[in-house]
Ligand binder design. Structure first.
Ligand SMILES: Cc1cc2nc3c(=O)[nH]c(=O)nc-3n(C[C@H](O)[C@H](O)[C@H](O)COP(=O)(O)OP(=O)(O)OC[C@H]3O[C@@H](n4cnc5c(N)ncnc54)[C@H](O)[C@@H]3O)c2cc1C
Length: 469
């Protein structure tokens, strides 16, 4: 033991204060446990500081700027619309500060101790926390690891002055004139759209044959159309190979559909995925089961191979999403408090805040076919929804999938305005075991975008009102 090191005892020690860790800590405290949270960075983790929240603030600012430039069709002309990008950043940082401050207040209100520093396991029930020159020990009955993930760096594109991860891209204080985005997944597309709307010339390089690979091809197609209107160049089946720095930027070499291309830009943004933060925790030394990709192996209750230690969020299998992390955090905390909770992933929504927004929950048609499910589909267009037209957003559709025999709702895919909010109703429907009739018979306020789910249910049942069968 280092001289001066002393040991504190807690019921539950949470490592990481992202949306997984801070939610788990609050739920554990609500259930009467004494809880401490170790955090080496800022409260709120990636999500609040450099992920979901700042990116959505930037997306909103970029949408607002774009909308103010295209109001002539409504008879409104605006002149001299300008962007003060440093001010946009200031506004965004204010939101982040407000939310991270909120987490601090919730911790205080729930009597949760915050321990600044980096945790390292020394045994199955003890960690050391390093903070500057200080080292302290914490002994726990239960521990929840929620250390999240960090951007993957490509060897040919080391992060530096000209090559950014999403973290640096979100804190640029000047708009780049041009940008190459390597990776057309949701982070690349969201941030690429932000910069394109602010006037940056964006080129996207995506390795597979469509952007947003996890979604049904029809969905990204509409997004691609909008990106092209924003003068974004999209190269699919494109492999970024290397780069050369110039005085004012970079020249990226890429193989696009088998041919070599050189693309000049001021910056490169690499968004090719994220790596779990499990390599510097000492968990392998205490015998914890970790996959080759660095994901911690857990059971349905979030328990690792060390029974009193749980793991949640980006460091365990499944989509790296904030709401999945929070959900797993609540389950782990409840299990620790003696409740028979366990995870059920059949209704995790996935949302991309691109333009138009896309969202999905449950299964899609391809998955239904793979599972041998006999299904029905209702695909209702936003063009037939009064509210969508009155807010100038009549593109896209909602598609509902249900089991043919029972009409049990199994999934939905939405492209269009407020897809991110509308999807919640279908998540609830799946969770509640609702049928198409339940959605059809739910009175939806008119005129709202939310009516599209009711219309899609009617369509799937073969009795649509606002479109022909
Ligand atoms: C640009 C961007 C946009 C995103 N947008 C969305 C979105 O719209 N919706 C969505 O659902 N998800 C989004 N995500 C993903 C989301 O941010 C993550 O899935 C989520 O933050 C994971 O939560 P977590 O609690 O597992 O970990 P994190 O949020 O990564 O938090 C982990 C915390 O642990 C701390 N930590 C790590 N190691 C240690 C240690 N040894 N000791 C002490 N502390 C430690 C870290 O400092 C960090 O604060 C986005 C991500 C990015 C990068």
């Amino acid at each position: 033991m280092v001289v001066g090191e002393f040991t504190t005892e807690v019921d539950v020690l949470v490592i990481g204060a992202g949306p997984g860790g801070y939610v788990a800590a609050i739920r554990a405290a609500q259930m009467g446990k004494t809880v401490a949270v170790v955090e080496k960075g800022e409260l709120g983790g990636v999500c609040l500081n450099v992920g979901c929240i700042p990116s959505k603030a930037m997306i909103h600012a970029a949408h607002t700027y774009e909308h103010t430039q295209h109001t002539e069709s409504m008879g409104i002309t605006m002149e001299n619309v300008k962007v003060d990008f440093a001010k946009v950043q200031e506004w965004k940082s204010g939101i982040v500060k407000q939310l991270t401050g909120g987490v601090g207040s919730l911790f205080k209100g729930n009597k949760i101790q915050v321990i600044p520093g980096e945790a390292l396991f020394v045994s199955e029930n003890e960690v050391r926390v390093f903070h500057g020159y200080d080292v302290n020990r914490y002994r726990f009955q239960h521990c929840i690891i929620a250390t999240g993930s960090r951007p993957i760096e490509l060897p040919a594109f080391p992060f530096g002055k000209r090559v950014m991860s999403s973290t640096e891209a979100l804190s640029l204080t000047e708009l780049p004139k041009s940008l190459v985005v390597i990776g057309g997944g949701y982070i690349g597309i969201e941030l690429g759209t932000v910069f394109a709307k602010f006037g940056t010339k964006v080129t996207i390089l995506e390795g597979s044959d469509q952007i947003l690979p996890g979604f049904e091809p029809d969905m990204p197609r509409l997004v691609e159309r909008k990106l092209k209107k924003l003068d974004v160049t999209i190269h699919t089946k494109a492999l970024a190979q290397g780069m050369e720095e110039t005085e004012n930027g970079v020249i990226v070499t890429a193989e696009v559909k088998g041919e070599q291309q050189k693309i000049e830009a001021e910056y490169v943004l690499v968004t090719v995925g994220r790596r779990p933060n499990t390599d510097e925790l000492g968990i392998r030394d205490i015998g914890m089961n970790v996959t080759d990709r660095g994901l911690i192996v857990v059971d349905k209750q979030g328990r690792t191979s060390i029974p009193n230690v749980y793991a949640i969020g980006d460091i365990v299998a499944g989509p790296a999403l904030a709401h999945k992390a929070s959900y797993e955090g609540k389950v782990a905390a409840e299990v620790i408090a003696g409740h028979p909770a366990e995870v059920d992933y059949k209704a995790i929504p996935a949302v991309v805040f691109c333009d138009p927004e896309i969202a999905s929950v449950g299964i899609n048609e391809k998955e239904a076919k793979e599972k041998g499910i006999d299904y029905v589909v209702g695909r209702f267009p936003f063009a037939a929804n009064g509210r969508a037209l009155s807010v100038n957003a009549g593109e896209g559709y909602v598609k509902l999938i249900a089991e043919k025999e029972t009409n049990l709702v199994l999934g939905a895919q939405i492209v269009g305005p407020e897809a991110s909010n509308i999807i919640a109703e279908i998540g609830l429907a799946i969770e509640m075991g609702a049928t198409l009739e339940d959605i059809e018979l739910t009175i939806h306020a008119h005129p709202t975008l939310g009516e599209v789910t009711m219309e899609a249910a009617e369509l799937a049942l073969g009795r649509p009102i606002h479109v022909m069968k």
